[in-house]
Design a protein around this ligand. Structure first.
Ligand code: ASP
Ligand code: MG
Length: 365
C-alpha cells in the first residue's frame, strides 16, 4: 500500500466497529503510516456489537445491560493500556435512561442513547493515538454534523455542516488528527443518528467538505464483491467500480456501504474500501469501472428482493420486481434466497465474462 501521496494530501479514514474492537493496533499503525505524509481525519464506529447493545438498553433500561456496556469499554481501555475516565458518559447515559419523557419523541430518546457508542470509541482511539506520540483530538459530531429531524435515519445538511467545518480545519492546521464520531448528528440541539452503518456516510460527508484526496473505508472485509461472500462462495472482489454502480448497489442493499455514502462524493472524491487487519485495499470507487456485475439483496418479512447491477437482461426464471437503467430486481421467497443468489450470480458472472470478451475483441478490430 502507498501511504505517501504525491503532495501532502488530506485523507479521511473510517474504521468500522470490528476494526476498533479486534484490530485496534493495526488501525493505529495504519493511521501512523498515513500521518507521516498527509493530513488525516479519522471517523469511527462504535465498538462491534455496542450499537445493538445500546438499542436493547434504550428499550429495557436494564441495569445489567448498562453494566455490560460499561464493562466492554473498561476492558478495551485496559487492553489498550491507556488511562481514560468514562464516568461522565456513564452518568449522562443513566440520566437519559431515567428521563425519557424529557425528549420530544421516543426516536429522539433512542438516538441520544445510541450516541454513547461512538462517543466512547473516539475517546479511546484518540487517547491511544496520543500515547503513540500522534497529537489528536476526539470530536463529537453533535457539534459538527447538522441533519434534518428524521431521527434514526437522518440526512446531513451539507450547507449547515460546511459552516462548521473550520473546527476540523483548525485541528488539522495545528498538526492534530481529529477522531470524529461516525453515525451521529444534531437537529436543533437534539442528537440524531444517520441510520445503521451510518459512519460510512459521515466519512464521505467529511471527505467532500474537506476536499479530501480520498476517503478510505476500512473494515473486516476487503471491499466490494460481486455478491455477499458469506452467502455466495464464488463471489469475486471488484477492484474498480464506478460511482453510479456503487450508488445503485448500495441503494439496492449492498452491505459494504451505507446507502447514502456515495451522494456527497460522487464525481468528486474517490473512495477506497479495504481490510484493516491486513492493511489491504480491495476496491476503488471512482469514475473507472471494471464493468463487473454486482448482486445485492434486501430482505423483507417472507420475501427478498435480489438486485442485479451492471446488466438488465438476466436469463433466470424468477419474477421481475423492478427494472431500471443498468439494473434489474427479482422477487424471491425468503427461504429460497441463498439458492437464488448463487444461481443468479453464476448466470450473471458467466454472461458478463463472455460479453466483456466480445466487446474487448471488437474494440480491437
Ligand atoms: N455504530 C453504528 C451501527 O452499528 C454505525 C456504524 O457502525 O456505522 O450501525
Ligand atoms: Mg458498514
Amino acid at each position: 500500500m502507498i501511504y505517501k501521496l504525491s503532495a501532502k494530501s488530506r485523507v479521511v479514514i473510517k474504521f468500522g466497529g470490528s476494526s476498533v474492537r479486534d484490530s485496534f493496533s493495526e488501525a493505529l499503525g495504519l493511521v501512523q503510516k498515513f500521518y507521516e505524509g498527509n493530513e488525516v481525519v479519522i471517523v469511527l464506529s462504535a465498538l462491534k456489537g455496542v450499537t445493538d447493545l445500546l438499542l436493547k438498553l434504550a428499550e429495557s433500561k436494564s441495569p445489567e445491560i448498562l453494566g455490560e456496556f460499561e464493562e466492554i469499554h473498561l476492558r478495551a481501555i485496559e487492553k489498550l493500556g491507556i488511562e481514560l475516565n468514562i464516568e461522565n458518559e456513564i452518568k449522562e447515559l443513566k440520566f437519559v435512561l431515567g428521563n425519557e419523557e424529557m425528549f420530544p419523541s421516543r426516536e429522539a430518546y433512542i438516538d441520544h442513547v445510541l450516541s454513547f457508542g461512538e462517543r466512547l470509541s473516539v475517546k479511546l482511539f484518540s487517547k491511544a493515538l496520543e500515547d503513540e506520540g500522534i497529537r489528536s483530538a476526539p470530536v463529537d459530531a453533535f457539534y459538527l454534523i447538522e441533519t434534518n429531524g428524521n431521527f434514526g435515519n437522518a440526512e446531513v445538511d451539507l450547507k449547515k455542516t460546511k459552516e462548521k467545518i473550520w473546527t476540523i480545519e483548525k485541528l488539522l492546521k495545528t498538526g492534530r488528527v481529529p477522531v470524529v464520531t461516525g453515525f451521529l448528528g444534531n437537529f436543533n440541539g437534539l442528537r440524531t443518528t444517520l441510520g445503521r452503518g451510518g459512519s460510512d456516510y459521515t466519512a464521505s460527508v467529511l471527505g467532500y467538505l474537506l476536499n479530501a484526496r480520498a476517503v478510505l473505508i476500512m473494515s473486516d472485509v476487503k471491499g466490494i464483491y460481486t455478491a455477499d461472500p458469506r452467502i455466495v462462495k464464488n463471489a469475486r472482489i471488484i477492484p474498480f467500480i464506478s460511482y453510479d454502480e456503487a450508488l445503485i448497489a448500495s441503494r439496492l442493499g449492498m452491505k459494504a456501504l451505507h446507502e447514502r455514502t456515495i451522494e456527497p462524493i460522487k464525481d468528486r472524491v474517490p473512495l477506497i474500501l479495504g481490510k484493516t487487519s491486513e492493511w489491504k485495499l480491495g476496491t476503488l470507487v471512482s469514475d473507472i469501472s471494471f464493468k463487473m456485475p454486482i448482486i445485492t439483496y434486501k430482505i423483507f418479512r417472507d420475501t427478498a428482493k435480489i438486485g442485479v447491477i451492471g446488466t438488465s437482461c438476466v436469463d433466470v426464471e424468477y419474477s421481475i420486481a423492478e427494472r431500471g437503467d443498468g439494473y434489474v430486481c427479482f422477487l424471491v421467497d425468503r427461504n429460497e434466497l441463498e439458492e437464488a443468489l448463487n444461481e443468479i450470480h453464476e448466470v450473471v458472472l458467466n454472461e458478463s465474462l463472455s460479453t466483456s470478451n466480445d466487446s474487448e475483441l471488437w474494440a480491437r478490430v
